[in-house]
Design a protein around this ligand. Structure first.
Ligand code: CA
Length: 531
């Protein structure tokens, strides 16, 4: 007979996190939340307060009594107004809060805060592929551009054949991909807003990870003709080679039967693969990084752990002379004052207002209300509304001045360095697609609820906001920022870790999403009508 050994782990001390000394709420960090009756210990925010009921992990509790109508402060910003009296120690969830109205776009502080210049960071490099246009690739990929969705099935089969028959002969080429999308025909191509999907596709074809090789598959009768997608002036001509567009048109009379189309595409790939295969990684300065940051599946930890660490890394990147893009209009809209005041010039502040005003009108056209951003998952993770989400989201941008502003689908020039606001929807796939068009060569993605997000076009480093997620999704998350909430690492340490991870991944180290080949679709932002 054996005696069962029952070990009862000591329950960990209650841990609550307050962002700002003025905040009247804090979030519960403990796995599984905290039960009713928990006494907040000495030294913690709200010391002596007793929990009135269970508060789930990541959710807010009142540190003091909050009277009806009083602001609930997080990040020292009113994230809502109490709809009823809230006793100290109570769970403060979204049903107890009235959301504040969006800030008007008039009378904003324009370029009023000029942060002192950050000391340059020298000596950091990575191994990348230099391109003729001055950009640097972190991967060496043959991307086949398509003008229209009609050709997607054919291109998918051609890509499978190229990978099986040709790619083994070209070991220095990382991958072959088809740039599939839903655009190209059945769309109001002359509508003013059609410029957004068209230039997005054009600029994705020119992403630094594709080595300047342009190969296009077209159907023939579509509205988006190859010359319209890539007019001669839009194609980099630094070495003269890419000036001519190489197109396979499926409706051409030369194609007799499906196999002849496939053969033509496969054969056309060969010279591109030969040129890509001749390239080698070279040591380049960290300033060649173009990092796109975004978040998805956010929770209340996003703004406490992962996003501040990304913000610290963003400052390191700017100090190293690199480019960092942040985006997601609906998640920065409620922090618009922070953005316009941090713009490097009044003109740039005006560009931020222009982009957000355009987006306000776009949402209004569709009668979208402010409750549309914050998903059920965000709320389950403790984020009450978009104001709270925005305050935690915008910290990804760090503290540098905003040096450039891009409209959706626009592309950065190689000399546009520093912090960039690239205006995009917050939708993960659409934001990622637009950041690819802007010239992103590495992507940083923070998540609290967890998402397997990945892109075929560019490596995606995923940062978990909580250790529990990092443990459960141990082979999907690349960096665990939950260690900040656990007291095991500081924001600065995590920021440095992410910065060094970016250099490694840019040099060829695979992310988990690359390891498992997790690739989300390119999703175009098309605000123009479909016909
Ligand atoms: Ca997002």
């Amino acid at each position: 007979m054996t005696t069962a050994l029952v070990s009862v782990p000591p329950s960990p001390a209650p841990c609550v996190l307050r962002i700002h000394a003025q905040d009247n709420v804090a979030i519960v960090a403990n796995d599984g939340g905290l039960p009713a009756g928990t006494l907040l210990p000495e030294g913690a925010p709200g010391a002596g307060v007793v929990l009135q009921g269970k508060v789930p992990q990541g959710h807010k509790l009142a540190l003091v009594n909050i009277a009806a109508g009083q602001p609930v402060l997080r990040y020292n910003v009113p994230i809502g107004y109490a709809l009823q009296a809230i006793a100290a120690g109570s769970w403060v969830h979204e049903r107890l809060l009235q959301m504040p109205a969006a800030r008007e776009l008039e009378g904003l502080p324009m370029a009023t805060v000029q942060p002192p210049p950050l000391a340059p960071l020298q000596g950091y490099t990575f191994e990348g592929f230099r391109n003729a246009d001055g950009s640097v690739g972190t991967r060496n990929i043959l991307a086949i551009t398509t003008t229209v969705q009609c050709v997607a099935g054919v291109v998918a089969q051609a890509v499978a054949r190229i990978k099986a028959e040709l790619l083994p002969q070209f070991p220095h080429v990382d991958d072959v991909i088809g740039l599939e999308h839903s655009y190209g025909c059945g769309v109001a191509i002359d509508a003013p807003d059609a410029i957004i999907p068209i230039r997005t596709l054009r600029h994705i074809s020119l992403n630094p990870n594709f080595g300047g090789e342009l190969m296009v598959v077209s159907l023939g009768c579509e509205k988006l003709q190859p010359e319209r997608l890539l007019p001669p002036g839009s194609i980099p001509v630094a070495d003269g080679r890419n000036a001519e567009l190489h197109t396979v048109c499926l409706q051409d009379a030369q194609h007799v039967g499906f196999m002849s189309m496939l053969d033509h595409i496969v054969q056309s790939a060969r010279p591109h693969l030969e040129r890509l295969n001749a390239r080698r990684r070279e040591t380049v300065p960290a300033s060649a990084l173009v990092v796109g940051v975004q978040c998805g599946g956010s929770d209340a930890f996003s703004g406490v752990t992962a996003n501040p660490a990304v913000g610290f890394a963003a400052d390191l990147l700017v100090r190293a002379g690199a480019t960092v893009m942040f985006s997601e209009n609906t998640e920065v809209r409620d922090a618009v004052e922070q953005l316009t005041s941090r713009a490097a010039s009044p003109e740039l502040a005006q560009s931020i207002v222009r982009e957000l005003a355009w987006y306000d009108q776009y949402l209004e056209r569709g009668r979208v209300d402010r409750s549309a951003n914050t998903t059920p998952g965000n709320k389950a993770g403790g984020l009450s509304n978009i104001v709270e989400k925005a305050m935690g989201s915008v910290v990804k941008s760090g503290s540098s001045p905003i040096a450039h502003v891009l409209a959706p689908g626009e592309k950065l020039r190689a000399d546009q360095k520093g912090l960039v606001f690239a205006a995009t929807p917050a939708s993960d796939f659409i934001c990622g697609t637009l950041q690819l068009a802007a010239g992103m060569n590495v992507h940083v993605f923070t998540t609290g609820r967890g998402t397997p997000y990945g892109l075929a076009e560019c490596p995606v480093i995923k940062v978990a906001t909580r250790s529990e997620l990092a443990r459960r999704w141990h082979d999907l998350m690349d960096v665990n920022a939950g260690r900040i909430a656990d007291g095991q690492a500081s924001v600065e340490e995590l920021g440095w870790e992410l910065f060094l991870c970016l250099l490694e991944v840019a040099s060829g180290k695979k992310t988990w999403a690359e390891h498992w080949k997790l690739h989300n679709a390119l999703v175009l932002f098309n605000p123009a009508p479909i016909t």
